[in-house]
Design a protein around this ligand. Structure first.
Ligand code: SAM
Length: 305
């Protein structure tokens, strides 16, 4: 019952398993691409915060053509270990650490990426301002790496939490990209504050020298956010009045397509039999709950310890 009720609740969870994706997130990237055509002419791509790897799967399927002598380079990075994927180079590391950024950058050996995507999400604490702040820091770390490796005209896509500081993030991203759009794929639940910022046409300010010490992560920026969190007032936001920008917002994904907030009945199979719930395509290889499962299997909890 548990499994089938979950399947009914979440159509994209079920579709991910049917289509062999490691996570339902795959549909978010596919729907973003449907609208923004971000995969066009992409040869080098970096997938930041990639585990368990459904975005890398999409990238590998969409970009690598059979028989290609020089297939596109796909680099995936995450804190967590990730099961291998064809054509995907993997690094395990923290994207906020300079050493990880340097590793990614060195991999390009002076070459440049056409696309950088980041679906990074910290472990949420439930304190919305804090979660939003950590998410913003993850985004800025991703942008920091991006400024080192993205070619002029390239694209950067990253997950954000739509909060009161989105105007500040937007203003900062606008310094680097000609077009910045906030988009919400249909596969992303309406109930979630998650959205994706699609930054196109990379054109850094003249004279900008990428540095691991990103001025956007400096004290004044952090202090502003901290002040906002502590006072719970938005007045600390330096973008007020006419300077406060309106972020263009686009819902993407076929409007006739599945709605992630709807409940759908399980389909009856063509031979008339009942739908059988599928196992995840790639189970986590080192989940945090593994120790508990091992103890349970060893009958630890029944030994009266
Ligand atoms: N896009 C992935 C997919 O399609 O399978 C899902 C990504 S999951 C929502 C978020 C990931 O962000 C987690 O795997 C987590 O380990 C990673 N993450 C969070 N903070 C990170 C950091 N500082 N450096 C690297 N990865 C990080």
């Amino acid at each position: 019952m548990g499994k089938s009720s979950k399947d009914k609740r979440d159509i994209y969870y079920r579709l991910a398993k049917e289509n062999g994706y490691r996570a339902r997130s795959a549909f978010k990237l596919l729907q973003i691409n449907e609208h923004f055509n971000i995969f066009k002419d992409v040869r080098n791509v970096v997938d930041l915060c990639a585990a368990p790897g459904s975005w890398s799967q999409v990238l590998s399927q969409q970009l690598i053509k059979e028989g290609d002598q020089h297939p596109p380079k796909i680099i995936a990075v995450d804190l967590q270990a990730m099961a291998p994927l064809p054509g995907v180079i993997q690094y395990q590391g923290d994207i906020t650490k300079t050493s990880t950024a340097e590793k990614i950058i060195s991999h390009f050996q002076g070459g440049l990426a056409d696309l950088v995507v980041c679906d990074g999400a910290p472990d949420v604490t439930g304190l919305h301002d804090m979660d939003e702040y950590i998410q913003a820091q993850l985004l800025l770390a991703a942008l920091n790496i991006t400024t080192h490796i993205l070619r002029t005209g390239g694209t950067f896509v990253a997950k954000i939490f739509r909060g009161k500081d989105i105007t500040l993030l937007y203003a900062q991203l606008k310094l680097f990209f000609k077009t910045v759009t906030c988009s919400k794929p249909r596969s992303s639940r309406n109930s979630s504050v998650e959205a994706f910022i699609v930054c196109q046409d990379y054109s850094p300010p003249e004279g900008y020298v990428p540095s691991m010490v990103n001025p956007m992560m400096d004290l004044s920026y952090s202090m502003h956010l901290l002040l906002t969190i502590l006072t719970l007032k938005d007045e600390a936001n330096p973008l007020v009045g006419p300077n406060r920008m309106i972020v263009p917002f686009i819902a993407c994904g076929d409007l006739e397509g599945f709605d992630s907030d709807m409940t759908y009945p399980l389909p009856v199979l063509p031979d008339g039999s009942e739908y059988q719930s599928l196992e995840p395509h790639q189970a986590p290889i080192a989940p945090p709950y593994q120790t508990f499962l091992d103890l349970k299997r060893s009958n630890f909890f029944n030994k009266g310890v």
